[in-house]
Design a protein around this ligand. Structure first.
Ligand SMILES: Cc1cc2nc3c(=O)[nH]c(=O)nc-3n(C[C@H](O)[C@H](O)[C@H](O)COP(=O)(O)OP(=O)(O)OC[C@H]3O[C@@H](n4cnc5c(N)ncnc54)[C@H](O)[C@@H]3O)c2cc1C
Length: 284
């Protein structure tokens, strides 16, 4: 289908983009890579009068060192994030997740910020960013504010970013030297996950000193599997210990039922995938 008629601007700065949002209010919509928004417009599920393209704003692109974190610009494509050396060194969990995200075409157009702002509970980036304790930089009329990962995802397709705001980047605290793995369960290649688990593990010898675990598609937002994390801390990195901890993966979840599987099936998957993800991250 052809989208409804809309006007279009492509500002060169965040300030100009914010001004366009302020001028058009509810009638404006940001576009990044367009991989989720364009299908929505074509199906006429949304019909903004003004589309504000972030594609010309150079300051929103790239990955940089930011002290104890790395900063990923919102308009950095999945493909760019996936091969970035800083991401590989300090946030390997994100790089691992991107290898499973969609196909090469989508990865070359879709953006880090666009995917996180879209907040599909089946999206592959939310759980890794949540697990690593990412901090979201949100620019608005009053300046830039920082939103903790725990507060960013509000509900299905809903984040803490207001209608008059722009997600400009995400700070990922450095997890240098941590083992990482993203275990995604799909029926066919390049699909959205039925369930996926993001795990990062810091080993001290043969002991799991710290673990961070995020769940994809086990509720209306990405979730931290905190009970698993607590159960893993201080445990030996063995099959038995990880299996016991992984049984706790369903605590606090509320998985959907759909044609790909009912909630019970997803609960089963969450335990199995958590075990696999943590064991692989720990190198067992
Ligand atoms: C065939 C196909 C398969 C896919 N498979 C997967 C998959 O397996 N896993 C997965 O995770 N994703 C998948 N995706 C989605 C992909 O990750 C998209 O890139 C992503 O959802 C949206 O990113 P985008 O840059 O294209 O954003 P857009 O489509 O341009 O925007 C999406 C939404 O976010 C808003 N937005 C965009 N940028 C900002 C910003 N900086 N600040 C505030 N709001 C903003 C827009 O207004 C819009 O509402 C798939 C997409 C397609 C088309």
């Amino acid at each position: 289908m052809i989208p409804a008629r809309f006007d279009y601007v492509a500002p060169a700065t965040v300030e100009e983009a914010l001004a366009a949002l302020a001028e058009h209010g509810d009638d404006a919509k940001l576009i990044a890579g367009g991989q989720s928004l364009l299908p929505v417009l074509r199906m006429r599920l949304n019909a903004p009068e003004m589309v504000v393209d972030l594609g010309r704003i150079e300051s929103l692109r790239g990955v940089s060192d930011d002290g104890d974190a790395i900063l990923v610009g919102a308009m950095t494509t999945h493909a760019e994030v996936g091969v970035d050396p800083l991401v590989a060194e300090h946030a390997a969990l994100v790089a691992k997740a991107i290898t499973h995200l969609a196909d090469a075409q989508v990865r070359h157009r879709g953006t880090f910020g666009g995917a996180l702002a879209h907040a599909d509970p089946a999206g592959d980036l939310g759980a890794p960013v949540l697990a690593l304790g990412g901090e979201f930089l949100v620019a608005g009329p009053g300046g830039t504010r920082t939103v903790a990962a725990d507060d960013f995802f509000v509900d299905y397709f809903t984040t803490a970013v207001g209608e008059d705001e722009i997600l400009t980047g995400v700070r990922l605290p450095k997890h240098t030297g941590w083992g990482a793995h993203y275990e995604k369960f799909v029926r066919i290649a390049h699909q959205w996950p039925i369930v996926a688990v993001a795990a990062a593990v810091r080993l001290d010898g043969d002991t799991i000193a710290e673990a961070r675990v995020g769940l994809t598609n086990m509720g209306s937002t990405p979730l931290r599997a905190r009970a698993v994390e607590e159960a893993l801390a201080g445990q030996p990195a063995t099959e038995d210990a990880v299996r016991r901890a992984a049984e706790l993966a369903v605590e606090g979840t509320n998985p959907p039922s759909d044609l790909n599987g009912d909630a019970d099936y997803r609960r089963h998957l969450a335990k199995v995938l958590t075990r696999r993800a943590v064991l692989t991250a720990a190198g067992v």
